[in-house]
Design a binder for this molecule. Structure first.
Ligand SMILES: NC(=O)c1ccc[n+]([C@@H]2O[C@H](COP(=O)([O-])OP(=O)(O)OC[C@H]3O[C@@H](n4cnc5c(N)ncnc54)[C@H](OP(=O)(O)O)[C@@H]3O)[C@@H](O)[C@H]2O)c1
Length: 294
């Protein structure tokens, strides 16, 4: 018997940890799989969840994690073998009898785009549907939290950040809102076999984002736009693997996002949570200390 257990793959990450926090608050049995449960146990967001060892980039390590699971939040990791691992995890979910899977996907998932990420997530959505698993596709716009991962070092050292989006607008979203939506989707009825597009409240250009960061940090932060090839070279120079640097240049600079496809604001977060999504201005104020030069 599964007793309604929910498996979260990617539960130590930006959206997964927040999904776990909210599911545990709802007194639901949650299992988190991590490559390093001894580190995960220190994460306050995961308190009250069962932690098991497993590596989502090596699905053969996940057999125990899938035992007696009824629902799944799947955050497929970004790594070179992602297609095979995503497919394998969906196969395992079907074999384990998972009834409902929420999969983190991407805003604008599209099989016809040059971006690997937009195609990868579209394929994952299709595979879940083909397997007959109840699905909720969580098509999220790009996260506010990417600033911490990709841009923080340059913001601290040069008061600048770089990309190749031109003056395209993005209705970026707080990963914490995504996690809370996932908890709602997996714990309340009525969300199966739906696709949800999640955005923040404001379609911002990267110059707008620079202005918000400047206000929050109390000093001028500049956005520097580059041609996609130069942006890929910059990412490689700071240690991003070549395939991923090329992919980020394509995702942001060579397809429909640069043409404005991620500017659309949806009401989904507010519809599902009963409150507006967090704004980038608030996020920047909240994270000003970690973005200030040490
Ligand atoms: N960032 C965005 O703006 C955005 C927007 C829409 C969709 N997405 C999608 O979100 C997914 C993951 O997002 P993320 O990269 O930001 O991760 P994340 O949610 O921060 O975490 C993913 C988790 O996967 C686990 N993992 C296993 N193997 C990994 C590997 N080889 N590399 C990295 N993590 C690994 C890690 O857990 P342990 O260390 O505990 O094992 C990690 O906590 C991707 O499918 C991405 O396309 C991202």
């Amino acid at each position: 018997m599964s007793d309604g257990r929910i498996l979260v793959i990617g539960g130590t990450g930006a959206t997964g940890s927040e999904a776990v926090r909210h599911l545990v608050q709802r007194s639901l049995p949650v299992r988190v799989v991590s490559r390093d449960p001894s580190r995960a146990v220190e994460n306050p967001a995961l308190r009250g969840a069962e932690l098991v060892a497993g590596d989502s980039s090596r699905p053969e390590t996940l057999a125990e994690a899938f035992r007696d699971v009824e629902k799944l939040y799947l955050v497929p990791p970004t790594h070179p073998g992602w297609d095979e691992t995503q497919s394998a995890m969906i196969d395992m979910a079907a074999a384990a009898g998972v009834r409902h899977a929420a999969k983190l996907s991407v805003f604008g998932a599209d099989p016809a785009e040059p971006s690997l990420i937009l195609r990868f997530h579209h394929r994952g959505e299709q595979e879940i549907q083909r397997r007959g698993i109840g699905f909720t596709h969580i098509r999220a716009n790009s996260f506010f939290q990417n600033v911490l991962l990709l841009d923080a070092p340059a913001i601290k050292a040069q008061s600048a950040f770089y990309s190749c989006v031109g003056d395209a607008r993005f209705a970026k979203v707080d990963a914490r809102d995504i996690g809370e939506v996932v908890a709602t989707v997996l714990s309340e009825p009525g969300h199966e076999n739906r696709t949800y597009e999640l955005t923040g409240p404001d379609p911002l250009t990267y110059d707008d984002i620079a202005a918000e960061l400047s206000r929050a940090l109390g000093r001028e932060i500049r956005y520097v736009d580059m041609p996609p090839d130069d942006y890929a070279a910059l990412l490689i120079s700071v240690g991003v693997p070549q395939w991923l640097a090329e992919e980020f240049a394509t995702l942001y600079g060579r397809g429909k996002q640069r043409a404005g496809a991620s500017a659309r604001v949806t009401s989904t977060v507010e519809d599902l949570l009963g409150r507006p999504p967090r704004s980038f201005a608030d996020w920047a104020r909240e994270h000003a200390d970690v973005l200030r030069a040490a």
